[in-house]
Ligand binder design. Structure first.
Ligand code: SIN
Length: 184
């Protein structure tokens, strides 16, 4: 698969007759909300763990010197907290471009804080995409993040904003907070 998943995503879901769609955000979509939404609720998805295993060649790094951003890795028993947004389908025209570096839209069940559930979409960059960097020691991940930057800014800003947003959600994500600790 090429780095650019925009076209791929355009054909993955049919929004005909659909007025709104729930989107689950677990990374920059929690704190960088550059899209309109109809409703917003803290939520979680089960069976997935957030990991800084995806390369960023377009936002927080460059093709020659990629940064690291989060994706989701399947892990039975894990629970990933994030933010759910109910959006109009045309919002995905913008989001597909923003998330184009290897992320594909998948359907998921999300659970809101009050226990209600909804089906929706989530962007995941799986291990088969060309920008996937995979696991590394958390101290090494922090070192890579410390020196990377790209058109959207410094990679450490991505990490620190995510860690702060997770604290505000009452999340305790050992992976993100360990990398933040090494960075600081
Ligand atoms: C997300 O936030 O849900 C996707 C990953 C990212 O853009 O950081």
């Amino acid at each position: 698969m090429s780095f650019d998943t925009t076209e791929h995503n355009r054909h993955r879901h049919c929004f005909d007759g659909v007025s709104s769609v729930w989107l689950f955000g677990y990374g920059s979509l929690i704190y960088k909300v550059d899209f309109p939404f109809l409703e917003q609720c803290p939520a979680m998805i089960e069976g997935w763990a957030r990991r800084f295993w995806q390369g960023s060649h377009d936002h927080r790094g460059t093709p020659d010197s990629p940064g690291r951003v989060v994706t989701l890795i399947e892990q039975p028993g894990a629970c990933c907290k994030g933010m759910a947004y109910r959006v109009a389908p045309d919002v995905f025209e913008h989001l597909d471009v923003r998330e184009k570096n290897g992320y594909l839209r998948f359907t998921t069940t999300m659970t809101f804080n009050d226990g209600r559930q909804a089906e929706g979409l989530v962007y995941i960059a799986d291990a088969h995409n060309a920008a996937f960097l995979g696991p590394a020691d958390e101290a090494d991940i922090a070192r890579q993040i410390a020196v990377s930057q790209g058109p959207s800014g410094r990679n450490d800003e991505y990490l620190l904003k995510l860690a702060e947003a997770l604290r505000q959600l009452g999340d305790d994500d050992p992976h993100v907070f360990a990398i933040e600790g090494y960075l600081r």
